[in-house]
Design a protein around this ligand. Structure first.
Ligand SMILES: *[C@@H]1O[C@H](CO)[C@@H](O)[C@H](O)[C@H]1NC(C)=O
Ligand SMILES: *[C@@H]1O[C@H](CO)[C@@H](O)[C@H](O)[C@H]1NC(C)=O
Ligand SMILES: *[C@@H]1O[C@H](CO)[C@@H](O)[C@H](O)[C@H]1NC(C)=O
Ligand SMILES: *[C@@H]1O[C@H](CO)[C@@H](O)[C@H](O)[C@H]1NC(C)=O
Ligand SMILES: *[C@@H]1O[C@H](CO)[C@@H](O)[C@H](O)[C@H]1NC(C)=O
Ligand SMILES: *[C@@H]1O[C@H](CO)[C@@H](O)[C@H](O)[C@H]1NC(C)=O
Length: 480
């Protein structure tokens, strides 16, 4: 019991793993912790363990000195100067590996031979990394978009001879796909290669493509911008659907999106020859029509645009309209048409009313009490009155009348006035040549037009008579 209690076994202290890049230097630590009571170190041996076979690297012997064996002689040394002495101190036998090689990757054993305790050893696993060469290349400096829309590799990203292997990813707005390939080299490094595949087109031109390589914790990026050549994309501008007769200085322009730029524009028309138009002038991609538009210009115009990749065609059908027809004007036209229709309708209504009332007049006795008089206002019909002005409910015919004194402007809207005049020349028995309208009904009129005519008060006295200027005079005055 007592002996056990005092006894500390000797031990060899090492790192369990160690790593370094190819070409770099690495220390493999080995420290002997002696026991109590101490043991005697007879020899220290460093060994490389690979595939189950051991190979001596270096030996230190207290009596015989230090020996580093080939092929390690040039690159391995003991760290402590004391070890290299004639009578070395062997507590710290750390070795330094310089100019690391991939082949140095192995397990290394540091073995202490002691007396009387026997062998004590420990092991470190040395990993050697190889930094890859990473680069991205465009398949060709300029890619040509073919009409067949075939997929092709536009760029390749390679991370060569890395250990451990890199991981490749792509960052781009291009719609494409990536292929990946890994090649393992004899020396344990791996080459990773990825191709980016797209269908080259106008849309892929000038798109940025970035290859992102992750090697251990490092991130390496490389970018290219695609240069895609494509046939012209052609459209003809200038025809607005409103080439009316005698319009001046119309023109057609052939617009082409192309890479490389368009070198030749060619204009022609279907069913005919442009040279038959004496007033046509061609400047680069524009067709100028000098002078007024004629019906002859109606045709199908074709523009062929050519660049280094090919020729594409734009087409426009030009037709000629009889006269200018803007949206605004067609609206106004409709309004005028409506107004004219309204006038005709009102005239008809007035005629019918006159005929009707003329038949009734012998039995009808006028009643002024709740009526107000309506007069012409001088506004044009189309200007402000509603499309369907209320038709007067009551027409009133005073017992006596005088054609000469009849107010000329009576009747309000022109339609009424005209028809009324036609009538009263042939109708001697027409008594009072104006219409009246119920006050309530009058409110439906345009307020601006009628405000001064429909002043609700003062009430026009029963015995007052309206005058052409809108004033009223007493019946007595009127009949003088
Ligand atoms: C180690 O063994 C593997 C197969 O187990 C073999 O491919 C490799 O070449 C061996 N390496 C050495 C250095 O002998
Ligand atoms: C060291 O390498 C050996 C064999 O190559 C392996 O058995 C052992 O697990 C490794 N140790 C560590 C800590 O990686
Ligand atoms: C590993 O092998 C590859 C292919 O033979 C070679 O190009 C590369 O340089 C080697 N790497 C090292 C670190 O020796
Ligand atoms: C163009 O000419 C062809 C025959 O020459 C004819 O069939 C076709 O209707 C013509 N088209 C026009 C728009 O004139
Ligand atoms: C049009 O062509 C003339 C030569 O004919 C050239 O100088 C000019 O730059 C061209 N203009 C355009 C916009 O292509
Ligand atoms: C002119 O052509 C356009 C389409 O190109 C068509 O919508 C329109 O009806 C045509 N007008 C005439 C008057 O032929």
């Amino acid at each position: 019991m007592f002996v056990f209690f005092l006894f500390f076994p000797s031990m060899v202290q090492m790192d369990s793993i160690k790593s370094g890049f190819v070409g770099s230097q690495v220390e493999l630590r080995c420290i002997f912790i002696n026991s109590s009571p101490p043991v005697k170190i007879s020899q220290v041996t460093w060994q490389k363990l690979l595939n189950g076979t051991k190979q001596n690297v270096a030996i230190a012997n207290p009596a015989l000195g230090v020996s580093v064996l080939p092929p390690f002689k040039e690159r391995v040394s003991f760290k402590q100067a004391a070890v290299r002495h004639r009578t070395p101190s062997l507590e710290d036998t750390t070795i330094v590996f310089s100019n690391l090689q991939l082949s140095d990757e192995a397990a290394y054993i540091c073995e202490y031979t002691t007396f009387p305790a026997g062998n004590r050893e420990n092991m470190v696993n040395l990993t050697v990394f190889a930094r890859p060469m990473t680069r991205m290349t465009l398949t060709t400096p300029t890619i040509v978009a073919r009409a067949q829309k075939r997929k092709m590799t536009v760029a390749t990203c390679v991370s060569a001879n890395g250990k451990p292997p890199s991981v490749i990813k792509w960052e781009t707005r291009l719609k494409g796909e990536a292929t990946f390939q890994e090649t393992r080299n004899q020396n344990g490094t791996v080459t990773v290669r990825s191709n980016y595949v797209v269908v080259p087109s106008r849309e892929t031109h000038k798109q940025k493509l970035t290859c992102v390589v992750t090697y251990r914790s490092e991130r390496i990026t490389d970018s290219v911008v695609l240069n895609v050549q494509y046939e012209p994309e052609v459209k003809i501008e200038g025809f607005d659907g409103n080439w009316y007769l005698n319009r001046q200085n119309v023109q057609l322009t052939c617009r082409a999106d192309a890479n490389p730029p368009v070198t030749v524009y060619q204009w022609k028309i279907l069913n005919g020859s442009l040279s038959s138009f004496p007033n046509v002038e061609i400047k680069n991609n524009t067709l100028f029509f000098k002078g007024p538009v004629t019906y002859d210009l109606a045709s199908t115009y074709v523009c062929d645009a050519t660049n280094g990749i090919g020729t594409r065609t734009g087409i426009v059908d030009v037709n000629i309209t009889g006269r200018l027809m803007t949206a605004e004007q067609s609206n106004t036209g409709a309004a005028i048409g409506g107004a004219v229709g309204g006038v005709a309708l009102l005239s008809l209504a007035a005629i019918l009313l006159f005929v009707f009332l003329r038949r009734r007049q012998h039995t009808f006795k006028g009643d002024y009490s709740t009526k107000k008089h309506v007069f012409g206002n001088g506004y044009s019909k189309a200007g402000g009155l509603p499309a369907h002005p209320p038709i007067p409910k009551n027409l009133q015919y005073p017992d006596d009348s005088d054609d000469e004194k009849k107010p000329a402007q009576i009747g309000g809207p022109g339609g009424f006035e005209a028809s009324e005049r036609d009538f009263d020349t042939e109708q001697e028995d027409l008594k009072r040549p104006y219409f009246t309208v119920d006050e309530g009904e009058s409110r439906d009129y345009d307020k601006r037009t009628l405000a001064f005519q429909y002043d609700p008060e003062p009430e026009i006295a029963d015995d007052m008579i309206s005058q052409t200027d809108g004033s009223v005079i007493s019946k007595k005055e009127w009949y003088v």
